[in-house]
Design a protein around this ligand. Structure first.
Ligand SMILES: [Zn+2]
Length: 306
């Protein structure tokens, strides 16, 4: 699948001793990152990939650095780009996620595929987590410790972040993305802001975000600035009586214009409006209807090059 859709191949980088990032350019829709921990004859994956092809590429990348078979897969959240590839590893691995993430994954099923019917998804079957936790869970992978924690509603309502203290590496899932527009339609704006503060407090040297190149802690700044801008914009929009779609049409993206998938603004505004009007973080919204508005704003189905 080399050079699929005109994009560079995924990169497999060792970001610290025994800690790898599987980075899929260009980080746009469904082109997520995954991680691998290897130590002392043990291995664990953090997330998989959207399509069968890409999950098998991840498998090949793992075998290129270790003969050790991953016995654990952690899902940072239920979105299909991070979890559809679970089935490629499920025969050997226990799949771990937040307890409510398991249910979200079951309910969502393969629904994401319906949004982009042109993508070659392969023969994906949903492999649900078989081990779940509520607030924190520690995995021991050889000498490495992987501290899983659930920060409350952020990118979704059941996110997991993974902190590797011995290597000062933090895997954020999609709570943070690098070079890509944040997306909190299924989570919370205020919760994301609170979570980012908490993520900063880890003091990580290396941050592997859910999409886009490996970064340092400076990557929190853009996400935080976008979310604060979004909140101000939404407050003005509510006061002016504009719908999220109307507001998105006239909004000046300014410093955020260079982020991929800018059409997410419409969806993010829906979430920000809900919170502005007093809805609790993560309250249910009409995701399908809002996705349709995002397509309308973009003028076409956004490109998914998974
Ligand atoms: Zn996601």
């Amino acid at each position: 699948m080399s050079g699929a859709a005109g994009l560079p191949d995924p990169e497999f980088q060792e970001v610290a001793d025994g800690v790898f990032a599987f980075v899929q350019p260009d980080g746009g829709w469904c082109l997520n990152n995954a991680g691998l921990l290897v130590s002392d004859g043990q291995a664990a994956l953090i997330d998989t990939a959207a399509t069968e092809n890409r999950a098998r590429l991840l498998g090949a990348a793992v075998r290129s650095v270790t003969e050790t078979v991953p016995r654990t897969v952690v899902n940072t959240h239920f979105h299909g780009d991070h979890s559809f590839g679970n089935f490629v590893f499920a025969e050997d691995a226990v799949i771990v996620a937040h307890e409510a993430c398991r249910n979200e994954m079951a309910v969502a099923g393969l629904g994401l595929q319906g949004l982009w019917p042109e993508v070659e998804w392969g023969e994906v079957t949903i492999a649900l987590p078989s081990l779940t936790y509520r607030t924190e869970l520690t995995l021991h992978v050889g000498e490495l410790t992987a501290r899983l924690s659930h920060p409350g509603p952020a990118h979704t309502v059941t996110d997991t972040v993974v902190w590797i203290p011995e290597r000062s590496v933090l895997f954020t899932g999609d709570i943070v993305m690098n070079g890509t527009t944040p997306f909190c339609l299924m989570g919370s704006v205020s919760g994301s802001l609170r979570t980012i503060e908490r993520l900063r407090s880890y003091g990580a040297r290396t941050v592997v975000t859910g999409h886009g190149p490996v970064a340092g802690p400076e990557v929190f700044d853009t996400t935080e600035a976008y979310l604060r801008w979004l909140r101000r914009l939404a407050a003005d929009g509510v006061r002016a009586g504009l719908s999220p779609l109307e507001l998105a049409r006239e909004a000046d993206l300014g410093e955020f214009a260079g982020l991929l998938d800018s059409e997410r603004l419409v969806a993010n505004l829906h979430r920000a409006y809900a919170e502005e009007r007093g809805a609790p973080p993560g309250a249910e919204l009409d995701v399908a209807g809002i996705f349709a508005e995002m397509v309308e704003h973009h003028g076409a189905l956004p490109l998914c090059r998974a």
